[in-house]
Design a protein around this ligand. Structure first.
Ligand SMILES: Nc1ncnc2c1ncn2[C@@H]1O[C@H](COP(=O)(O)OP(=O)(O)O)[C@@H](O)[C@H]1O
Ligand SMILES: [Mg+2]
Length: 254
């Protein structure tokens, strides 16, 4: 299931500092919006505000046309799930994978008895391509890439409509980044999810996005379909970002 995300004039201040200065964005159902921008431009603030972890100072958020108020209902918290940059910070090291996956299932009442919870846990591991034996193991027993797969499985466990991935591959070795990106791509197609994908890395954004949005100092400077953005950004800032990336198509020497 998927649904569209609508962001209108979203504003977040930290004390006197404006981290988001009126951001408006539409993410159509089943599509991936790639949000790119340098460190400190406000990407995580946007992600956390959409996820309900930060209360905005102004603006309107809606999922599937239903407004998302500052105080989210349990049903709304289920609809939007997030994957963070660092799986180590988001997985409790003292909990087995079974417990990590089943807590969300029980909290959101996706499964109600032990047998269906167990079945769902195994399905989730299959979805992220880990074997069933992983259920009895603990986060430290896995590699960084595998831990991120577990975090992805947990996010997907409750069948969200919107997945927010905030730099999900940035803490991983380059060699495993690709496999996690491929996994996210496959899952997105399989589950028809709407995705807000954040990265400072234009190569990653190029690989995953339907639409690219460029953020700078808390405002969006440019939003374009992936192919058009990489063929030639509209703004000087977009061109600057692209020119700074080695071996991107539009940055090739001419
Ligand atoms: N809790 C906070 N309190 C004060 N300033 C913050 C807080 N979180 C982020 N900031 C500031 O807001 C700006 C945007 O941060 P962030 O959204 O994390 O950017 P990004 O994810 O693009 O790196 C930065 O200048 C950062 O220092
Ligand atoms: Mg960030």
């Amino acid at each position: 299931m998927s649904t569209n995300l609508s962001i209108e004039n979203l504003t977040v201040r930290y004390g006197g500092f404006t981290a988001l200065g009126g951001v408006s964005l539409e993410v159509p159902a089943g599509s991936t919006l790639g949000l790119v921008g340098e460190s400190g431009s406000g990407k995580s603030t946007l992600a956390r505000t959409v996820a309900g972890l930060i209360v905005p100072d102004a603006g309107v958020l809606a999922l599937g046309g239903q407004p998302l108020a500052a105080r989210r209902t349990r049903a709304q918290r289920k609809q939007i799930q997030m994957v963070f940059q660092n799986p180590d910070a988001s997985l409790n090291p003292r909990h087995s994978v079974r417990r990590i996956l089943s807590e969300a299932l029980r909290f959101h009442r996706v499964t109600t008895d032990r047998a269906s919870t167990e079945r769902r846990c195994r399905e989730l591991l299959e979805l992220v391509r880990l074997d069933g034996g992983a259920l009895d193991r603990y986060p430290r027993e896995f590699s960084g890439g595998q831990r991120q797969r577990i975090a992805i499985a947990r996010a997907l466990s409750v069948e969200p409509e919107l997945l927010i991935a905030d730099e999900p591959t940035s803490a991983l070795d380059v060699s495993v980044q690709r496999s996690v990106l491929d996994l996210l791509g496959n899952i997105k197609a399989q589950l028809n999810l709407t995705v807000l994908f954040i990265s400072h890395d234009l190569g990653v954004i190029h690989a995953v996005s339907d639409t690219v949005a460029v953020m700078r100092q808390g405002v969006l400077v440019e939003t374009k379909p992936n192919g058009e953005f990489f063929a030639g950004p509209d703004t000087a800032y977009g061109r600057e970002l692209l020119a700074a990336v080695p071996r991107m198509p539009a940055a090739a020497p001419n």
